[in-house]
Design a protein around this ligand. Structure first.
Ligand SMILES: O=C(O)C(=O)C[C@]1(C(=O)O)C=C[C@@H](O)C=C1
Length: 364
């Protein structure tokens, strides 16, 4: 390297040191502000809620709008996500239960939504996540609700029917599946593949083409699949990056999902009713009497009020009251007058209506 280049490098590093000092000072100033926000909140309400999903969504959206590169806006928002996560932990460390075990996509979703400073606890089943939040053992829960390839996760929808919890947020995760093996396993020695049934379904064509003769063994989660292959030299697992890292597995093949846009939507559940963030969604569960035209009666007001439905699912009723149960998501917030007017009308036509929550549309 020439002398002038060396000086150039030294000069740039000096500049980076100066910038880092500024960033450090500004992050500390921001953290001090957050601490004062916490004092203000507690002064006006001893039971104040510190985590404010609508404000976090606004902060992240603003960062993405203002960003001019060279880092891309998602990357920049992820950095701010971590800064906010640390600021919130300074106000109050929050506890989050997620559908475990460690290394699942739900843990990844929880990290994406709450950042690294939240304390996250793996649960063995979706209803356990609900129970922990209801019991107050944790502040929030994270559960999967639908996958773009495989459809809805019925267990989550069913849990809402008996629960008084609210939806406080959503997070969408691009799901990339990899074929993982332990260090010593060779491709032509793989005779058995472990994974969750949903993941097998999402990688069916790839498996048929590349491993038509391998035995496919369904297990309770991708992370469990990864754990099992750790000690089996003739086996592979289909799982994501978190599980690969957790169990130190190597990638035999990457991104083997059949659809490149394969993604899963997760919900954040809690006891909080979230104010408007500006770009929100609302989820309802509605029971209609079992009669001709019931679905048309239910949907007609949405059309008239020009409210965008983003999802409609039907579930069989489990009690006499809930004949036909529809889960509906739409763009808008219950505090908007047009949404309030819509809900009034739907309430008159339905035999039961429960608002599961209005919450910011996923930002990251
Ligand atoms: O604005 C607030 O209410 C804050 O507590 C500050 C802050 C932040 O760091 O920006 C931290 C946590 C909340 O979830 C939202 C935002």
């Amino acid at each position: 390297m020439s002398e002038s280049n060396k000086q150039g490098l030294g000069g740039l590093r000096n500049r980076i040191d100066e910038i880092d000092s500024d960033i450090l000072r500004l992050i500390s100033e921001r953290a001090e502000c957050a601490r004062q926000v916490a004092e203000t909140k507690t002064a006006s309400d001893p039971d104040a809620v510190f985590y404010r999903p609508e404000r976090e969504a606004q902060v992240l959206r603003r960062v993405m709008e203002m960003n001019q590169g060279p880092l891309d806006s998602e990357e920049m928002a992820r950095l701010f996500r971590e800064i906010m996560s640390a600021c919130l932990a300074l106000e109050q460390p929050i506890k989050v239960a997620y559908l475990g075990p460690e290394g699942t996509f739900t843990q990844q979703a929880s990290l994406k939504h709450f950042g690294d400073s939240a304390i996250s606890l793996p649960m063995a089943a979706i209803d356990e996540v609900f129970r922990e939040v209801e019991a107050g053992a944790v502040n929030y829960g994270v559960v999967p609700v639908e996958n773009s390839t495989e459809g809805v996760i019925n267990h989550t929808l069913d849990s809402f029917m008996d629960s008084s919890l609210h939806i406080c947020g959503e997070v969408v995760l691009r799901i990339h599946h990899h074929l993982l093996v332990s260090d010593t396993t060779l491709k032509d020695k793989v005779s058995r593949i472990y994974s969750h049934p949903q993941s097998f379904a999402q990688c069916r064509k790839w498996l048929d083409a590349h491993f038509p003769h391998a035995e496919r063994v369904p297990v309770s989660s991708n992370a469990e699949a990864a754990r099992m292959v750790k000690s089996e030299w003739h086996s592979a697992a289909i799982a994501g990056d978190m599980a690969a890292k957790l169990y130190g597995l190597k990638h035999l093949a990457e991104k083997i999902e059949d659809r490149p846009d394969n993604s899963t939507r997760f919900l954040i559940i809690g006891n909080q009713q979230v104010p408007m963030s500006g770009t929100d969604k609302t989820s309802l569960v509605v029971a209609m009497r079992n009669q001709p035209g019931a679905l048309h009666d239910l949907l007609e007001p949405f059309h008239r009020h020009q409210i965008d439905l983003t999802r409609l699912e039907t579930r069989p009723s489990r009690t006499g009251v809930w004949n036909y149960v529809f889960f509906i998501d739409f763009a808008g917030h219950v505090d908007e007058p047009r949404v309030a007017a819509l809900l009034e009308e739907v309430r008159l036509r339905a035999s039961e209506l429960k608002v599961l929550g209005s919450y910011p549309q996923g930002v990251l």
